[in-house]
Design a protein around this ligand. Structure first.
Ligand code: UTP
Length: 319
């Protein structure tokens, strides 16, 4: 069962694209990040000074998607609050004349028209997407996983929207991964098109063993989906892990030749994985104008100390 929650009022940029809506599934259990995710959604873990999911919504807005539906689950009140106004905090900052922090508090609610729906039970990513059916209607739409960050300097989503305009149907984002890692992802069988970064997807399989994987192309957390996916999802039975898998529904669409892939070789982070989360924070902190210079020089010293043995990485450092 999916339950609608009233939208927050916001301003939104104008869009000229056929696709205007984004769906952000954020109702998973986040078991890989326990115990931090016991009472906090993994999408709210801070990446430097913003929750991961804010980067995702910023990415949607930057690609011109001004309507964002969050699919949330238990303990997801924090997500709803983050993209809402915070009157007491705003009043306190306004009274102090702290306009920089005031803007940072107001920004999330201004990014797009943000709506929420509850996925009553985490029955799988395919089910989470199906919860968006009534809101999305009969239009193509984007799906951005709430814990999957594409570096803000990349333009993957815009490229995927262009590919949807060109080829119609659905578009997935693909990344080449080490064959040892393919069992962690959905994997695509592909055929070349005339374009270097675009392939036709002929088949999809969820988390295959290395031996059964048709390629080393992993499906990452960005999709532009044709509304035909909803009918397919309605009849998709639970698959791997007992969950309704988006990959299984896309496999059916791929068999009709209506799925393309954009091959991405830029920076992407899975913030639901502890090691990748740490890499994300370090990389994005180093890229910041305000924090980068000081943090980078500390990091260099720290790494040099680890290498020459003057720093023990297991213990707390004074500097
Ligand atoms: P994951 O595959 O990362 O699963 O979901 P998970 O349950 O959230 O996390 P782990 O593996 O237990 O640590 C990918 C995306 O799909 C959403 C998640 O919130 C995440 O953004 N999702 C997953 C849902 O919204 N609903 C679900 O039922 C499952």
């Amino acid at each position: 069962m999916c339950r609608m929650i009233a939208p927050h009022a916001t301003s939104a940029p104008a869009s000229v694209r056929a696709v205007t809506k984004a769906v952000v599934p954020a109702a998973g259990l986040g078991t890989r990040f326990l115990p931090a995710t016991k009472a906090t959604p993994k999408e709210m873990l801070p990446v430097v000074d913003k929750p991961a999911i804010q980067y995702v919504v910023e990415e949607a807005a930057a690609a011109g998607l001004d309507d964002v539906l969050m699919v949330t689950g238990r303990h997801k009140r924090a997500i709803e609050d983050h993209f809402d106004n915070a009157f007491e905090l705003e009043q306190a900052l306004a009274a102090k004349g702290d306009t920089v922090r005031l803007d940072s508090v107001r920004d999330p609610a201004r990014l797009a028209n943000i709506h929420h729906i509850r996925q009553g039970e985490p029955l799988g990513l395919g089910h989470a997407v199906l919860c968006a059916r009534r809101h999305v209607g009969d239009q193509p739409f984007a799906v951005l996983l709430g814990d999957d960050l594409i570096d803000p300097r990349e333009t993957l989503l815009s490229r995927m929207l262009d590919v949807r305009d060109q080829y119609a149907g659905s578009v997935v984002a693909l990344m080449e991964v080490d064959p040892e890692q393919i069992h962690l992802y959905g994997c695509a069988a592909v055929e070349a098109t005339g374009e270097d970064d675009v392939v036709r997807v002929t088949g999809l399989v969820e988390k295959p063993s290395r031996r059964d994987a048709p390629s080393t192309y992993a499906v990452i957390g960005r999709y532009v989906l044709d509304p035909a996916v909803f009918d397919t999802l309605e009849r998709t039975p639970p698959g791997r892990g007992g969950e309704i898998q988006l990959t299984d529904a896309l496999q059916e669409l791929a068999a009709d030749g209506t799925v393309h892939g954009v091959v991405f070789d830029g920076l992407r982070y899975d913030t639901g994985d502890k090691a990748d989360y740490l890499r994300t924070v370090v990389r994005l902190a180093c890229a910041r104008d305000d924090l980068g210079p000081e943090f980078t020089s500390w990091l260099k010293e720290f790494v040099t100390g680890l290498e020459d043995g003057t720093v023990d990485g297991r213990h707390r450092q004074a500097a």
